[in-house]
Ligand binder design. Structure first.
Ligand code: PRX
Length: 635
């Protein structure tokens, strides 16, 4: 598959780790600093020290102004393709994008938004969302993008925590055959939150307008038109490399999402490096990361990475099968996309649809194919390589997390010998090892994935909760970052990711906390107790299975499962919808009262049960198994 010499990787990696500061210092030269760092890494703050401390930079300058100044004003920065909006395609050059960002940044300043202020975005996949992110970066404001599929309560939790001065939102989002109203959810979230934003800037989409709340809401287009008429424009505000760029909430093992804080300097360095060295992306080339701006993949590889490298980023508002199942392949053909970066769930879905659709399109522009978000099974890897890459394009399986900010474990095309299903090795400058329960390194075999040294795009903390930061990531294994993933090292030292080892599920590449779904279920008046597990699923990686005990005396039919699913969707959003709900009179617990999730997962997956001697009531297990095998009726 790849005939390149794998030993070159080890040479490159060993050299980088012998002098990580030298390695990252060299990478940092690709960034346009206002003032470069005197020290690449400052370990003064312990393990989670500071990268490029004292350096001054502006992320937006590196993403936009730099290219315009460098003679690339007319190159496309963004192509927005939206079959849902009647096939609208919007193209924005770097100069146009910069104009939009300068204007919006000036509008934000008029609202009193300044460096360090938080701004929430609750937006569909439209160019204005990217403009708003960059406008925040331009003036040093800290954006927090909330995935548009989240329900009002989830948005409220984030408003409460981030305390934004301003919120950007839209009247609606689009799904095949349906308009999804955003505004009522925003209004409800603000009502639920004790923190109120000073103002909301609302994009009225032509598909459906919404009512604006007098004194609080402002029409985006109106503000833009007056700002342009008044020739308003904001300059870049210099920020420290260590100042925050954004907060992005991600699911943890508790019901409360963690606000991962990312800074400016190290993030830029790592993204610029990975985009170029993994994908060879050059200015003007079309790059397509088919994620959502609400996730870290969208932040790093739709917005900041591609733009820092002067590429043309494709922003897609749609599903893979609308209007037809060949939509993705026609996008690649139409825009000459050189890299497709997507999740294994999408690839497995395409596999089910067959090879006819991709074969009908000219995919010869593709050079590299990326995978992210979940382990890619060898079958899907080979299918992707054969039918999309047509045997020409290396598959770059990239392991990373919201917390890491940039790709950490991945092949280097042309350098690493690939193995289908393995993310191969840690990138240069990155230390990763697998350890056992006691924190001892496992040379070959399975264990917990840890990172052995700080890295430039690393999270700066959990917003407002330094204790949780230390506790979650840096305390389980002395001197190591604990990723929460299981991994195996094979006899040739290749890393194979095995999924989460904590109470976090991975559904279609999205992190969903079991606790959050449980809380949503228990919130329903009919539910006494709930336990949620992720069970293996051939398409989505994992699927959500809920075991529910109803309140005493309640005899509800199987249709009640649908009521509970709808309740979860209302509380969290469609990504958290349990696929199967199994009603049970009791849940298996240890004597100390802890729900035995491993056992429930075994039941859900129809496997033989492990040791049940610690069960308070072993009879429950037999009952659960019986229910699980008839669970299809409740799907
Ligand atoms: O379990 C790992 C899985 O996704 C988790 C991170 O999720 P999130 O922060 O939402 O970021 C998504 C992608 C950057 C990880 O802890 N994961 C991510 N990439 C891979 C993966 N599992 C296996 N292989 C991957 N390539």
């Amino acid at each position: 598959m790849n005939t390149q010499n794998g030993s070159r990787y080890h040479e490159v990696h060993a050299r980088s780790l012998a002098d990580p500061e030298g390695f990252w210092g060299e990478a940092a030269r690709e960034i346009d600093w206002i003032e470069p760092a005197k020290k690449i890494f400052d370990p003064a703050m312990g393990l989670y020290g500071r990268w490029f401390a004292g350096a001054v930079v502006n992320t937006c300058y590196n993403a936009l102004d730099r290219h315009v100044a460098g003679g690339r004003a007319d190159q496309l920065a963004l192509i927005h393709d939206s079959p849902l909006a009647g096939g609208t395609v919007t193209r924005l050059t770097y100069a146009e994008m910069l104009h939009e960002v300068k204007t919006l940044a000036a509008i934000m300043q008029d609202f009193g938004v300044a460096k360090g202020d938080r701004v929430i975005l609750y937006m569909p996949m439209v160019p204005e969302a990217v403009v708003a992110m960059l406008a925040c970066a331009r003036i040093g404001a800290v954006h927090s993008v909330v995935f548009g599929g989240f329900a009002a309560k989830e948005l409220a939790t984030r408003i409460e925590d981030a305390k934004p001065k301003l919120i950007f939102s839209a009247s609606c989002g689009l799904e095949p055959g349906r308009i999804v109203q955003y505004k009522p959810l925003l209004d409800e979230a603000i009502r639920l939150s004790s923190v109120k934003p000073q103002a909301c800037i609302i994009l009225q989409r032509p598909q459906q307008a919404c009512e604006l709340v007098a004194g609080r809401d402002h029409d985006w287009a109106g503000l833009r038109a007056s700002a342009i008429a008044a020739k308003k424009s904001a300059d870049c505000v210099p920020v420290l490399a260590t100042d925050p760029l954004y907060i992005l909430y991600t699911s943890g093992t508790t019901g409360i999402p963690k606000g991962v804080v990312r800074d400016n300097g190290g993030h830029l360095v790592a993204l610029k490096w990975s985009m170029f060295n993994l994908y060879g992306v050059k200015p003007g080339e079309a790059w397509w990361c088919a994620s959502d701006i609400g996730w870290v993949v969208g932040h790093s590889y739709i917005v900041y990475g591609p733009l820092a490298n002067g590429a043309t980023s494709v922003l897609y508002e749609g599903t893979p099968d609308f209007p037809d199942r060949d939509r993705w392949w026609s996008i690649i053909e139409r825009y000459g996309v050189t890299t497709l970066y997507t999740a294994p769930t999408a690839i497995r879905t395409f596999m089910k649809w067959g090879t006819e659709q991709p074969a009908a399109h000219d995919l010869s522009s593709l050079r590299v194919l990326g995978s992210v978000g979940e382990p890619i099974n060898p079958e899907a890897w080979i299918w992707y390589w054969k039918h999309i890459g047509q045997g020409r394009c290396p598959i770059v399986d990239t392991w990373w997390q919201t917390e890491t900010g940039a790709i950490m474990i991945s092949p280097l095309p042309g350098v690493t010998t690939l193995k289908p299903g393995s993310a191969t090795f840690p990138l240069p400058g990155i230390g990763a090892e697998v350890v056992d329960d006691a924190g001892r390194q496992v040379e070959h075999g399975g264990g917990y994935l840890t990172l052995t040294r700080p890295w430039p795009a690393m999270l700066r903390g959990i917003y407002g909760d330094p204790q949780r930061y230390r506790q979650t990531y840096w305390s389980r294994f002395e001197g190591r970052y604990f990723a929460g993933d299981g991994a195996k090292i094979d006899e040739e030292g290749y890393f194979w990711l095995l999924g989460r080892v904590d109470d976090v599920m991975n559904v279609s590449g999205h992190r969903v906390s079991t606790t959050e779904v449980e809380s949503a279920l228990v919130d329903h008046p009919s539910v006494a107790e709930a336990a949620v597990v992720g069970a293996n699923d051939a398409t989505t990686g994992q699927t959500i299975i809920a075991f529910v005990t109803l309140k005493l005396g309640l005899e509800l039919g199987p249709e009640h499962a649908e009521v509970l699913r709808a309740h979860v969707v209302e509380k969290i959003g469609a990504i958290a919808r349990p696929k199967v709900i199994i009603f049970t009179d009791d849940l298996p617990k240890t004597r100390s009262g802890k729900i035995m999730r491993r056992l429930l997962r075994d039941v859900a997956e129809g496997r033989d049960l492990g040791d049940t001697t610690t069960l308070a009531d072993p009879a429950v297990v037999a009952e659960l198994r019986r229910r699980a095998s008839s669970g299809a009726a409740e799907q």
